[in-house]
Design a binder for this molecule. Structure first.
Ligand code: NAD
Length: 255
């Protein structure tokens, strides 16, 4: 059992920034060949440059996870470039405005469900099909603490992230027999592009309610993601792993 990825290849969505970039860098440092998937070209290419400068192997594939054809092309591109798809980290995201639930415009609600739930479903669908045909693999979905508890004023995000937890468990249940493990991480608040504009009025109470009382750095989420993707986690599937500075053990509620 090993955390080495020598001889393995896979993909990370949203790898142009934040948690995805940190995960891609760590995977490459452990020997993986990584396809960097992002809707934003320049940040994705910058992740490739960072990996190559450190001596690793990576390639960029422009991907919009809300477009199923784009996701299918992504999965194909990993196998075509590197000969296999051994792992996948489904992680891409965008920001969402904060409102009370009934004040969300219906189009915004639909957009959030498309990006945060249907997009990861497209990823899972094409990865599972490939891995089932090719002898297995390992998948990690980025859910959120909002996949376990309601996050205030982000109802569609909370609903979608609870859905990711459900997809993770369903996929684990159905695909273990094919040698495919599927797990999810639930980060607390992490210092990334997604959180840079959140008001202190939101972040303050969240960190105050944790045991560790601070934001996470993206690298602190990447480590458990890479562990779950690796053979060292060979008996873990269907696990929903909080990486939250102890927030989910706290009884402090956030208003
Ligand atoms: N930052 C946090 O506090 C936090 C907390 C819990 C969960 N998460 C989850 O972590 C994941 C990563 O978020 P992050 O904080 O690193 O954000 P980030 O904004 O730093 O990175 C997200 C990346 O996804 C890309 N992206 C956006 N839409 C896309 C699309 N349609 N197709 C492909 N790529 C797309 C962006 O271009 C960006 O590079 C998300 O799923 C998010 O919900 C983040």
């Amino acid at each position: 059992m090993t955390t080495s990825f020598e001889g393995k290849a896979g993909l990370v969505t949203g790898a142009g920034s934040g948690i995805g970039r940190a995960t891609a860098l760590l995977l490459a440092a452990r020997g993986a060949k990584v396809v960097i998937a992002d809707i934003a070209d320049e940040p994705g290419l910058e992740t490739v440059r960072l990996i190559e400068t450190a001596g690793g192997t990576a390639a960029f594939q422009h991907t919009d996870i809300t477009d199923e054809a784009s996701v299918a092309a992504l999965v194909d591109s990993v196998a075509r470039r590197y000969g296999s798809l051994d792992f996948a980290h489904n992680n891409a995201a965008g920001g969402i405005a904060q409102h009370e639930l009934a004040d969300y415009d219906s189009d915004l609600n639909a957009w959030a469900l498309k990006l945060y739930l249907e997009g990861p479903y497209f990823c899972l669908k094409h990865e599972l099909r490939y891995m089932k045909e090719h002898g297995g693999g390992s998948i990690v979905n980025t859910a959120s603490l909002a996949g376990l508890f309601p996050s205030p004023l982000t109802g569609p995000y909370t609903a979608a992230k609870h859905g990711i937890v459900g997809y993770t468990k369903s996929a684990a249940l159905e695909y273990g027999r094919y040698g495919i493990r599927v797990n999810a991480v639930c980060p607390g608040v992490v210092r990334t592009g997604l959180t840079k504009d959140l008001p202190e009025a939101y972040i303050g109470p969240v960190t105050a309610g944790q045991v560790l009382k601070r934001l996470a750095e993206p690298e602190e989420i990447a480590e458990p993601v890479v562990f779950l993707l690796s053979d060292a986690a060979s008996f873990m599937t269907g696990a929903i792993v909080p990486v939250d500075g102890g927030a989910s053990t706290s009884t402090t509620s956030v208003e």
